[in-house]
Design a protein around this ligand. Structure first.
Ligand SMILES: Cc1cc2nc3c(=O)[nH]c(=O)nc-3n(C[C@H](O)[C@H](O)[C@H](O)COP(=O)(O)OP(=O)(O)OC[C@H]3O[C@@H](n4cnc5c(N)ncnc54)[C@H](O)[C@@H]3O)c2cc1C
Length: 425
């Protein structure tokens, strides 16, 4: 079906790429994108990197391709609810957007500091959008002195790297035993920890912040071990919450972990049946992944938003049977502390990791992760050239440890990766 009206809830990366794929595949009908941010789609990865360092202005992150879409944009307008019987988005300003088919692309938001009164103290920030980055950059000017970062995940570490490159004193606190431990495990995370400390980050691992204290503006953090850290600026980087609140009461299988979908990106009813006219893509979507035993997986990767939106668009136009299950190998990148980190596959649940090329001592290596004797993921650090060779083995679930033997390839010596215990699927 290539006519009628398609509405897209959300107006960022997955929304734009979905809209582009709809048009590229011949959709000639009405296309309406509704976004709560006042901006046309822009890129988020630079927000924690080049925007904070001042290398590029926030406005320079706008994504190209908007003009060619022949789309209607309702920006600065949150979607507040869904009228499934009437097939309409209910807007916070009282308006309605009727649709024949709907693409849900509302992404995720930064998980806030759990104590609202403390989160409201001046100088406390989260980082998800362009306006957050601009506010943080302005506060960096206004509040000189040490910065405290809560959370050593990708965004926390990238912000730490950007701020150290500006010469700011930075403390990073995380209850995990290593930075990036959730995604990469303790072995690779331990290497990153060394780089962070060498760059002057005061890294406090295995400890939590219990409270943020201050009078109107934040002044210090009180730690779970009784210690305190003085800081007039705090960046809360505690992960993301999927934007599904507006779907409450719509009868779909949605919660803060995402909107459940089938392999064709069709949203699922609470009882698991697919809804023919509602699709989802990007950070908000939780789709079964054939490479991981059909387990529902919600990713927060730029590449996933792009590929999944294109997949959903094809399924919307040609029907779910015209296209196989979404099976893109998950991929992301990060740059921090002079390291270019790239990843393929999912490390979650891996029981072993082996350095198969290069070495941490050389500052350049490739780590392969295995689960029950099968290759499930690979991570390169300053060695992106070596990574693509592992896409096939991950896709095929090739035996782990991989067979190597090149001149610069050490004999794989698998060790436990130090990942958190897998959560029940
Ligand atoms: C600081 C930062 C750095 C990152 N760096 C990397 C990186 O280096 N590599 C990588 O692979 N990935 C990175 N990512 C992740 C990547 O940017 C995301 O995976 C990608 O933005 C997901 O796109 P999306 O369109 O699904 O969701 P989003 O980009 O979150 O877009 C969703 C849009 O929907 C809007 N919305 C939400 N609720 C509503 C509503 N009710 N009504 C209307 N609109 C709504 C949101 O405000 C937003 O504009 C980074 C993310 C951040 C925040």
């Amino acid at each position: 079906m290539r006519d009628g009206t398609i509405a897209i809830a959300g107006a960022s990366l997955a929304a734009l790429r979905g809209a582009e794929a709809l048009r590229a595949n011949g959709f000639s009908g009405r296309l309406i994108l509704v976004g709560d941010e006042p901006h046309l789609p822009y890129d988020r990865p630079p927000l924690s990197k080049h925007i904070l360092t001042g290398e590029i202005p926030p406005g320079a992150t706008t994504l190209p391709g908007v003009g060619a879409l022949r789309a209607e944009w309702r920006l600065g307008t949150p979607v507040a609810g869904l009228d499934r019987a009437g097939r309409a988005l209910l807007l916070a300003d009282g308006g309605r957007v009727a649709y024949d088919r709907l693409l849900v692309a509302t992404g995720a938001r930064a998980r806030p500091w759990p104590a609202p009164g403390e989160a409201r103290l001046a100088g406390v920030h989260t980082l998800r959008g362009r306006d957050d980055a601009a506010a943080l950059a302005a506060d960096l000017e206004a509040r000189p002195g040490p910065v405290l970062i809560l959370g050593a995940g990708f965004i926390g570490c990238e912000v730490a790297s950007s701020l150290r490159s500006l010469g700011r004193p930075v403390t990073v606190v995380d209850p995990a035993p290593a930075p990036l431990a959730q995604a990469l495990g303790r072995v690779v995370g331990g290497f990153i920890a060394g780089r962070m400390e060498a760059a002057g980050v005061d890294l406090r691992l295995g400890v939590e912040v219990a409270h943020l204290e201050g009078d109107r503006a934040v002044r210090r953090a009180r730690l779970s071990d009784g210690g305190t850290i003085e800081a007039g600026l705090v960046v809360v980087a505690l992960g993301a919450v999927r934007n599904t609140d507006w779907l409450a009461g719509a009868g779909l299988d949605a919660d803060e972990g995402g909107l459940s979908c089938d392999g064709a990106c069709r949203a699922l009813e609470a009882d698991g049946r697919p809804v023919p006219e509602i699709f989802a893509a990007g950070d908000v979507a939780r789709c079964p992944h054939p490479l991981y035993g059909g387990r529902p997986v919600a990713l927060e990767h730029w590449g996933n938003a792009v590929a999944q939106a294109a997949h959903a668009a094809r399924a919307m136009l040609d029907g779910p049977d015209s296209i196989g299950a979404y099976a893109e190998v998950p991929a992301f990148w990060s740059s921090q502390f002079g390291l270019n980190i790239k990843s393929l596959g999912l490390t979650e649940g891996a029981d072993a990791v082996a350095i198969v090329q290069g070495s941490p001592r050389a500052g350049r290596f490739l780590a392969v992760y295995g689960r029950a004797g099968r290759t499930v993921a690979a991570v390169s650090v300053n060695a992106g050239r070596w990574l693509p060779a592992y896409e096939g083995p991950i896709r095929d679930g090739a035996p782990f440890p991989p067979i190597t033997g090149g001149a610069d390839q050490p004999r794989p010596d698998p060790v436990p990766p130090g990942l958190p215990a897998p959560t029940a699927a």
